[in-house]
Design a protein around this ligand. Structure first.
Ligand code: GLV
Length: 318
């Protein structure tokens, strides 16, 4: 039986399936993921949880290691180059979460555009005394422009939903998608143009050093004063201090955030500002999707057990 380290638990149904097929080492609160990996150096598989570094030191510590699974679609927490060098596979969980994440991004857009959280707080504070035509005025999305950075699967799903809302879609991406431009009637622009023209801005690209602090003071100053920035990709795409200052100084600018530069810490200003909606990294959190994501990791572990190549290899292996 393979020895598998699981950094963070799966849903119960998937836990049962995983336990049945391997010797499972679960990381609990008494130890860190790092400590368990360094101790269980004869493990065959590591399911590396998002937000916990899987460093080259940890990789080279495990001499039997054959497979590292990211438990999400992002895998910027894994040092893929170190795994590649040692012939260790790295897999992730693409496709199955596309719709859940796109729906969630739209939830954040709508929460910001229609000031939903402020409305809830208003009700819970007992402040509602009747219909008021000036109360909590938001932003109309029909006819407005959404700018999407990264036109991968999730970017495309966000764009399709935007079309359903009657929005103009502009995008910026490393690779231009001309066929998609025609099919969805979306327009390719530079990042600067996107920042200047968009009412709603959504970065949803794979994280790499290249996009570290893509959103910074200079970019916030270029953006519309009443823009909405929604981030469910990786926190480091945004200079969080600069965003907090911008939100504080520009009450018409809104941010919807699911990920943070120093996760799980969040900027103190986000705890009090009204023009930010903060959620706890739940972009793909539907029961169906989280189960499918776990199943993808399990399928790849089964392939390793049979001595076969895993299916959901990250792009560096293709
Ligand atoms: C979530 O952030 C993921 O990468 O799946």
């Amino acid at each position: 039986m393979l020895k598998v380290i699981l950094g963070k638990p799966f849903l119960d149904e998937a836990m049962e399936e995983l336990r049945a097929l391997c010797t499972l080492i679960e990381v609990d609160e008494s130890e860190t993921f790092y400590e368990v990996v360094m101790r269980e150096s004869d493990c065959d598989v590591i399911i590396a949880p998002l937000g916990h570094k899987m460093s080259s030191e940890m990789i080279s510590n495990c001499s039997n290691l054959k497979l590292i699974c990211s438990d999400g679609v992002g895998y910027d927490h894994i040092e893929v180059s170190a795994a590649l060098k040692r012939g260790i596979y790295v897999v992730n969980t693409p496709n199955v979460l596309t719709n859940a994440v796109a729906d969630f991004i739209w939830t954040l857009i709508l929460c910001c555009a229609r000031r939903i959280i402020e409305g809830l707080e208003f009700m819970q504070a007992g402040k509602f005394i009747g219909y008021d035509k000036r109360l909590l005025l938001g932003k109309e999305l029909t006819g407005a422009t959404i700018g999407i950075i990264g036109m991968g699967r999730i970017g495309e799903a966000v764009a399709k939903r935007a079309k359903g809302f009657g929005m103009n879609v502009v995008y910026f991406s490393r690779t231009r998608k001309r066929k998609l431009e025609e099919k969805l009637e979306i327009e390719y622009v530079t990042f600067e143009e996107l920042a200047k023209r968009s009412d709603v801005v959504v970065p949803i690209m794979n994280y790499s050093q290249e996009v570290y602090h893509l959103f910074n003071k200079k970019v916030f100053e270029m953006m519309k004063k009443d823009a909405i920035l929604v981030n469910a990709s990786r926190g480091k795409v945004i200079n969080e201090e600069a965003l907090a200052n911008h939100l504080e100084n520009t009450s018409t600018f809104y941010a919807g955030l699911d990920v943070y530069e120093f996760e799980p810490e969040i900027n103190e200003k986000f705890k009090v500002l009204k023009n930010v909606v903060c959620l706890p990294h739940i972009g793909s959190a539907t029961k169906e999707t989280r189960y499918k994501m776990a199943k993808m990791n399990i399928e790849d572990i089964l392939l390793i057990e049979k001595g076969e190549r895993p299916k959901n290899l990250v792009s560096e292996y293709r």
